[in-house]
Unconditional design. Structure first.
Length: 815
């Protein structure tokens, strides 16, 4: 841990109000009297950014001049969330801000709400990148996040009158965006296409076209570290505004074509799982940001040098590949070293292999990226040659190790038709890590088994984490105050294992009651939030039960909705005695990839189940269901602290880690979950008696696959399940239309790849245990408090410490 210093308290509230007025007047051209909340937000953002500017400069200078290796975090996604409150917290200006905006005639909340949340990520992977750069800065480790400033982030989700998901573009840059510094003078040229020719015995790439990569720099302030790192997001620009000759021929579309083509590269974030469409553009995006970032790192660490000694490059910076999206960086660094700086192959390979490390985020084979060689050859012909050579060298190395020929073929990086990016990353870097213990084990045993056999030392685990600044301190101020009261210090915010100190307080009924009151207050607050944002009425005296995450079959929102339907049917037909029904409000939040048919149908089903249940007087006050639109960081920050029961019900062996599970445990929800991903470690830490475990484990899942899984058997075996599926098939949630969900029903009954039906009975049975405990609030809250107390391990600060020790071999800057 770095020494924690108190934040500078640079200004008084009056001074900060003047700084905001100054921004309004000179930067925005409005008077304080004219200013709206949106104006004040922009002005306050710039004012707080100014306070971080000097620390940013010193951090940059120390990063370049110090002897501490930096970290480059290459990620196609950074799901940052709103910035203002986080920047104020880390700048030590929260109180001044509150007073200053009141003096200007505004409520602080309205100013904070005026910020538009950027959606430059799909879900967990992008949020992890955001948590990691927060922790790197807070630990004082010199680091750059490198990615893309997409013009359109993840789509905005709405529902139509039939409950179907409707995607609308998220044009987050339509208003002034006060956080990024666009830096035209530190641009990079990124080229594509063309051919490779031989000149004087050397390979020379003659590209066909180029785009200008312009960096937009975001300040990443550490919490109480006095360090401010950089998130550098590239935006694609055309070198030419238009083709004048074409324009003069009145060919206006042709005239702007090159510009459109260039700017398309950073136009939109791809929703994961959309496989076919836009493959080429996706590869262009990957190469675009990685090439610009590698050149940028050379510029930063060897300023003004024409012939830098790049054998020292891996001592200056280590690059983490966040999944396979940036893996084209491996052949790109080879190309830079050989073609641009004249190194021989072996030297270049040594440098490259030392420079990169790879984080694998999946176990689903279909999620491991594979590029057609023809596409790489067209877009990046020189890289394809380099990849072929890497692949040959790899085969030779395996032969030397005595690996069997058929295994060598199975491990091919380049198959002739395709390039397997995960394999390239595994061979081309120093370390490979999974993101939870179970996941890392399965990577070694299954997904990358041959690689682990050949290179056992490369493989390691780093269990994911979440930043306690955003997901506890900012999201849950009431709990934060209680924790500080309980521990007698607020140092836990940067040393989350200190939460352990709350364990004895779980035996103190008075403290547990205070904890329960905090939860109730958060529920109350969420009722208001939901009324404002979604126009819905929620009964705060019901159990708040939440399942929020991307919609995927493997995550099994189907299991939850079938259980809800079954409960509904049980109340209606009296199988569940009315007096025994524990009132529950079930919240779902989930976006589905636009091309993912069954996922979208599941959303439609949830919406319609909600419609039927919420309008049925027979279950009023006992069961309510809400599918909240547009799950994002803001919703997470508001809903998670209000949640009492959290759903982590993926099929065992499919969720790499999960980070939502960590956020909930840290905010005092109890989890109902399977032995999957980080659930396993959460349960170990919080205690089996404080976690609702159900369902098959990985071995049982594998055995069932091996024996031939027949979902229809489970449908026949449990009348509750049969009834729930029959209601869906019979049109109860589609106004009598029996075809509305036919594809979903047919999938459940004939395929059910993720074994939702097989786990239903276990899941339905554990509800009684959950509800029994809930009727004893003191016991429930004691267990919930123990979840908080024992979840300190799941801080992203700890994840970063593990990366530093196991993978990056570096540490904080000297003060
Ligand atoms: C944490 C988070 C996720 C990841 O959730 P999982 O349950 O781990 O899949 C996705 N989206 C948002 C907005 C999040 O905050």
């Amino acid at each position: 841990m770095t020494e924690i210093t108190a934040p500078k308290s640079p200004v008084t509230a009056d001074q900060f109000a003047d700084e905001i007025r100054e921004q309004l007047k000179y930067a925005q051209g409005v008077t304080a009297e004219q200013a709206t909340a949106a104006d004040v937000y922009v002005a306050a953002a710039k004012a707080v950014r100014n306070h971080l500017q000097d620390a940013w400069f010193t951090t940059q200078a120390d990063t370049v001049n110090g002897n501490t290796k930096a970290v480059g975090y290459l990620s196609a996604e950074f799901l940052m969330g709103k910035q203002l409150e986080n920047a104020l917290l880390n700048a030590g200006l929260t109180d001044q801000f509150d007073e200053a905006v009141k003096a200007l005639g505004f409520e602080p909340k309205d100013i904070v709400d005026a910020e538009y949340e950027p959606g430059l990520g799909n879900g967990g992977l992008g949020r992890l990148a955001a948590c990691f750069i927060d922790s790197l800065a807070s630990l004082g480790v010199p680091a750059f996040g490198y990615g893309i400033q997409y013009r359109y982030g993840i789509f905005k989700q709405q529902f139509d009158e039939n409950g179907k998901q409707v995607e609308t573009p998220d044009y987050w840059l339509s208003n002034e965006e006060p956080w990024g510094h666009i830096d035209y003078n530190r641009d990079q040229k990124v080229s594509f296409g063309g051919e490779v020719v031989e000149e004087n015995g050397k390979k020379v790439w003659k590209p066909a076209w180029s785009v200008r990569a312009v960096p937009v720099d975001y300040l990443v302030p550490g919490y109480k570290s006095q360090r401010v790192n950089t998130l550098r997001l590239w935006t694609a620009r055309s070198y030419d505004e238009f083709d004048l000759l074409a324009f003069n021929r009145s060919e206006y579309m042709e005239a702007v074509e090159p510009k459109v083509k260039a700017e398309n590269i950073s136009k939109i974030l791809y929703p994961e799982d959309s496989t076919k469409v836009g493959k080429e553009l996706r590869l262009e995006q990957q190469y675009f940001f990685v090439s610009a970032s590698l050149h940028d790192a050379i510029r930063v660490f060897y300023p003004g040098q024409d012939k830098p000694d790049l054998t020292t490059f891996p001592d200056k910076i280590t690059f983490q590949l966040n999944d396979t999206h940036p893996v084209i960086g491996i052949p790109e660094l080879m190309r830079i070293l050989i073609d641009e700086y004249g190194y021989d192959w072996d030297t270049a390979w040594t440098i490259t292999q030392k420079t990169f490390n790879y984080t694998c985020h999946t176990l689903l084979p279909e999620a491991l990226e594979v590029w057609p060689s023809s596409l790489i050859g067209e877009l990046l012909p020189r890289h394809l040659e380099i990849i072929e050579k890497i692949s040959d060298q790899f085969k030779a190395e395996l032969r030397e190790k005595g690996v069997a020929e058929n295994t060598i073929n199975d491990m091919a990086i380049y198959t002739g038709d395709a390039v397997r990016m995960a394999y390239l990353a595994t061979y081309g870097g120093s370390h490979v890590n999974g993101v939870a213990e179970l996941h890392s084990q399965l990577l070694k045993d299954v997904t990358l088994k041959n690689f682990s056999d050949a290179y056992p030392d490369k493989f390691t685990n780093v269990t994911n984490g979440v930043t306690p600044r955003r997901f506890v301190k900012l999201a849950n101020p009431a709990l934060s105050d209680l924790i500080t009261e309980g521990l007698g210090t607020d140092k836990w915010v940067s040393d989350l294992e200190m939460l352990q100190g709350l364990v004895p307080l779980a035996q103190d009924d008075e403290f547990v009651k205070k904890f329960a009151a905090v939860k109730q207050a958060n529920k109350h607050a969420f009722v208001g939030f939901a009324k404002d944002h979604y126009g819905i009425d929620i009964d705060e005296n019901t159990m708040f039960n939440t399942m929020v995450k991307r919609l995927h079959e493997y995550k099994r929102q189907s299991l939850k909705i079938l259980a809800v339907i079954s409960r509904y049917a049980g109340i209606k037909n009296g199988t569940v005695a009315a007096d025994d029904v524990l009132p529950r409000t079930v919240f779902f939040g989930a976006k589905a990839a636009p091309g993912y048919y069954l996922a979208k149908m599941t959303i439609q089903l949830i919406n319609n189940v909600a419609r039927v249940i919420n309008n049925d007087p027979d279950v009023k006050g006992k069961l309510a269901v809400h599918m909240l639109p547009n799950y994002n960081i803001e919703m997470a920050q508001n809903l998670i602290p209000a949640t009492e029961l959290d759903e982590q019900i993926s099929q065992a062996g499919k969720e790499a880690s999960g980070t939502g599970n960590m956020k909930f445990a840290l905010n005092g929800a109890l989890t109902v979950g399977t032995l999957d991903g980080a659930n396993v470690e959460i349960r170990e830490r919080v205690g089996a008696e404080n976690f609702f475990l159900f369902g098959m484990n990985v071995d049982e899942v594998e055995a069932l696959y091996a024996n031939g899984y027949d979902p229809a058997k489970y449908y026949e075996a449990d009348p509750r399940l049969k009834q729930a599926i029959d209601l869906v098939a019979g049109g109860t949630f589609s106004e009598g239309d029996r075809n509305a969900y036919a594809p979903l029903v047919s999938d459940w009954l004939t395929k059910d790849w993720f074994m939702t039906l097989a786990d239903f009975t276990s899941y339905a049975n554990i509800q009684a245990k959950i509800e029994e405990l809930y009727t004893h609030p003191l016991d429930w809250n004691r267990k919930a408090l123990l979840n908080v107390a024992n979840s300190g391990f799941f801080s992203s600060d700890r994840s970063i410490e593990d990366y530093l020790e196991r993978i990056w071999h570096t540490g904080p800057l000297a003060d």
